[in-house]
Design a protein around this ligand. Structure first.
Ligand code: S3P
Length: 450
């Protein structure tokens, strides 16, 4: 769905201790993939704990437009009746992926080797984002794509009939690109091979295996080599979506910053390709413990306990850690503003092509809150002011970016003066219950126009 209606300005005030248990929603990456692979399986997939954020709802609607039956059974339970690999039909209308780069890129891959055409669009943020990173490798299968200048949406993709598998070395560390190529490889003859020099989140490989595809992963001098055998029959699955570590980051980090806090965030997926933030926080000296570590549905899971951590120190976050925490730099940059001394975050140029330019968005907002920030194309440094040391007192632009909005609201909970965002509406894309969940813990969040 493009756009979310009128802006929702919101203010976060310095709050008393955050206390209690925060049940965050299902993982966004796994939710998209459950719907897409469910739609490509033969028969009925059942999903529990699906994230019902707008990004995922847009993917559900898209799967229906391609011919799958997708039914919301209430309480996070969904049923997908798939059409089988190669079974997608041509949508009657434009596919609107709203704010979701993951949605549009994975779906383009999933339809790229079926002889149908589809036109994709999205909101003002998504229409600015580069799609060439997807359409270039898809062209190797014979897929054609025509979009606006610079490979931007709206874009029409014409799938290749009778495609043959390809070999592709990822030029950027992107799970979206890797996944688009693997999903396209499903309906190609022979093997599709993706080489990733740096490991990125591996939910697609894990889930493809779960649905019965043959996927071999090998660590080589070139990087991770993933080989998918084309044209499998995918069998429907029962999927329990773990809770999202990228959403858990907000109550966890807020608890580290707000004096006296003690918050438990249960059942968080801690796949090592996603958990970089949590190791970084521990390195900074955060009082953050993984309790009850276990495995569920093929993914490592733990309960996170976070307590107020007044003695965190600035560190250097190495570039090789970036893929495992790429969505967490906005909230990490807020945490580092409350640590002692500078934190250098390197190898993060991908942040410039997310829902917003996240380096610029955080640098400008933090500066407005009285924090010194330096940036290069590929890195940024936040000069921490110590616990309780951030002046705040600013209104920050959310730029249609859920994670920017939530990061500045968390910042306001511990700053000397309140911090506002011009529009909290985008939070509904990934974390629709953010506001009541944080309020329940004791966060003072107010909508400015109510
Ligand atoms: C995602 C991959 C990441 C991440 C996005 C979700 C995924 O993007 O930022 O929020 O589910 O594959 P890139 O693959 O472009 O890094």
């Amino acid at each position: 769905m493009s756009g979310h209606g009128p802006a929702i300005p919101m203010t976060a005030r310095r709050s008393g201790p955050l206390k209690g248990t925060a049940h965050v929603p299902g993982d966004k990456s796994i939710s998209h993939r459950s719907l897409i692979l469910g739609a490509l399986a033969v028969g009925e997939t059942r999903i529990s704990g699906l994230l019902e954020g707008q990004d995922v709802l847009d993917t559900a609607a898209a799967m229906q437009a391609f011919g799958a039956e997708v039914v919301d059974e209430g309480g996070g339970d969904w049923r997908v009746h798939g059409v089988g690999v190669g079974g997608f039909g041509e949508p009657d209308d434009v596919i609107d992926c709203g704010n979701s780069g993951t949605g549009v890129r994975l779906i383009m891959g999933a339809m790229a080797t079926t002889a149908i055409a589809a036109t994709f669009t999205g909101d003002a943020s998504l229409r600015k984002r580069p799609m060439g990173r997807i359409t270039d490798p898809l062209a190797l299968f014979g897929t054609r794509a025509v979009g606006r200048a610079g490979g931007r949406l709206p874009m029409t993709v014409v799938g290749a009939g009778d495609a043959v598998g390809v070999r592709y070395v990822l030029p950027v560390a992107s799970a979206q690109v890797k996944s688009a190529v693997l999903l396209a490889g499903l309906n190609a003859r022979g093997d599709t091979v993706v080489v990733e020099p740096e490991a990125t989140r591996d939910h697609t490989e894990r889930m493809l295996t779960g649905f019965g595809a043959q996927v071999a992963v090998e660590e080589t001098g070139e990087g991770r080599v993933i080989t998918l055998t084309g044209q499998p029959e995918l069998s429907p699955q029962k999927i329990a979506v773990p809770r999202d570590p990228s959403s858990a980051a907000f109550p966890v980090c807020a608890a580290l910053l707000v004096e006296g806090s003690d918050v438990l965030v249960p059942n968080i997926g801690l796949n090592p390709t996603r958990a970089g933030l949590y190791f970084t926080l521990q390195e900074m000296g955060a009082d953050l413990v993984f309790e009850n570590e276990r495995e569920e549905g093929g993914e490592p899971v733990a309960d996170l306990r976070a307590r107020f951590s007044p003695d965190m120190k600035g560190i250097e976050v190495p570039p090789e850690r970036a893929p495992s925490m790429i969505d967490e730099y906005p909230i990490l940059s807020v945490v580092t503003a409350f640590a002692e001394g500078p934190t250098l975050m390197q190898g993060v140029k991908e942040l410039r092509v997310k829902e917003s330019d996240r380096i610029d968005a955080m640098a400008q907002g933090l500066r407005a809150c009285g924090v010194e920030v330096e940036e290069t194309e590929d890195s940024f440094t936040v000069h921490g002011l110590g616990a309780g040391g951030v002046p705040g007192g600013a209104t920050c632009a959310a730029r249609l970016d859920h994670r920017i909005a939530m990061s500045f609201l968390c910042c306001g909970l511990a700053s000397k003066s309140a911090v506002s965002v011009d529009d909290a509406g985008p939070i509904a894309t990934s974390f629709p219950v953010f506001e009541p969940l944080m309020a329940e813990l004791g966060a003072q969040l107010v909508r400015r126009n109510t």
